[in-house]
Design a protein around this ligand. Structure first.
Ligand SMILES: Cc1cc2nc3c(=O)[nH]c(=O)nc-3n(C[C@H](O)[C@H](O)[C@H](O)COP(=O)(O)OP(=O)(O)OC[C@H]3O[C@@H](n4cnc5c(N)ncnc54)[C@H](O)[C@@H]3O)c2cc1C
Length: 272
């Protein structure tokens, strides 16, 4: 299950991406977000770039045990000052001889406390922000990698989400995935699979109604279930209303003065 669309020579099943989507959809039947998320990060978020661009040696060292389930993978892109705007990450890896020395931090990293390795997006030069990044396989037991305790979030309680700091972390330059400077492009491609997987997994959101039949029918559970379902209905209402206004504004904006706040409203609408 961890490598349905990965090459058989590294332990995968060699099937196409539609099979990963079928698995993502089925995992959506679990009444919990954390478990599918942990699996999805391992199978379709931290590994696509390595599969596509990594050297054979790197794939044998990191990909094969990840597909076998012998090691846990995580993806290190977001930082406390760089979420949606991936190009503005600050973590950097400086080349020293045959090694990279990494300094910086990552935020909201799923599987972060348990991971054996990270697919790390980092700056490797001072050039333009879309051409100065690289992806590196970073073993999490390397000295200088500091993993904070699991972040206590409002939701996704069972999901292992960590903040991670890097202090003069030394990794061999052969752990670079593909070409130096191509990390931003590789990561954007990797996001395609991540987002598709996420959509397929979230498609079964209607299953939130299911606890009504399966949970014990004590009063406290009923209140909780009622609250949960009302909350879900509210979210759907909000999404519907926002989509409606986004549609209206996107269509009328070409006929209006699109300067200033109107322009930014249009941007926000598109973000939906
Ligand atoms: C549970 C969880 C797990 C995660 N796991 C991982 C992981 O494993 N690896 C990883 O790298 N990251 C992970 N993330 C981080 C996630 O990818 C980021 O939260 C996401 O990229 C958004 O970044 P941000 O939280 O900094 O929000 P921001 O970028 O600060 O955005 C805040 C809000 O502003 C809006 N916004 C931002 N920019 C614009 C703009 N230009 N125009 C209009 N609106 C805008 C956004 O849509 C959003 O609503 C995880 C996050 C969570 C919550």
């Amino acid at each position: 299950m961890l490598g349905v669309n990965k090459p058989p020579e590294y332990g995968g099943m060699g099937l196409d991406f539609s099979y990963s989507i079928a698995i993502a959809e089925e995992l959506g039947n679990i009444n919990c977000g954390g478990i599918p998320m942990a699996i999805g990060v391992q199978s379709d978020m931290a590994t696509p770039a390595l599969t596509r661009f990594g050297s054979d040696e790197l794939k044998r060292q990191f990909l094969a045990p990840t597909i076998a389930g012998d090691v846990v993978a995580c993806l290190g892109v977001s930082e406390s000052g760089a979420g949606s705007d991936v190009a503005s990450i600050k973590t950097k890896a400086e080349r020293k001889g045959d090694d990279y020395i990494i300094n910086g931090s990552k935020m909201w990293i799923t599987n972060g406390c348990q991971a054996d390795w990270m697919c790390l997006l980092t700056n490797t030069s001072a050039g333009p922000s879309h051409k100065n990044k690289s992806l590196i396989c970073l073993p999490m037991k390397t000295p200088g990698v500091h993993v904070t305790k699991k972040i206590d979030k409002m939701g996704m309680k069972s999901s292992d989400t960590a903040q991670i700091f890097f202090e003069d972390v030394r990794v061999p330059s052969k752990y670079l995935i593909g070409e130096e400077g191509m990390g931003f492009i590789y990561q954007m491609l990797q996001f395609q699979e991540e987002r598709m997987w996420g959509v397929a997994n979230g498609r079964k959101v209607g299953n939130q109604w299911r606890p009504v039949q399966t949970y014990p029918k004590s009063d406290s559970w009923r209140v909780l279930i009622l609250y949960n379902n009302l909350h879900t209905m509210y979210l759907w209402f909000l999404l519907g209303a926002k989509s409606f206004f986004a549609f209206i504004f996107i269509n009328i904006s070409p006929f209006l003065d699109t300067s200033g706040c109107f322009c930014s409203f249009r941007g926000c609408s598109l973000n939906l």
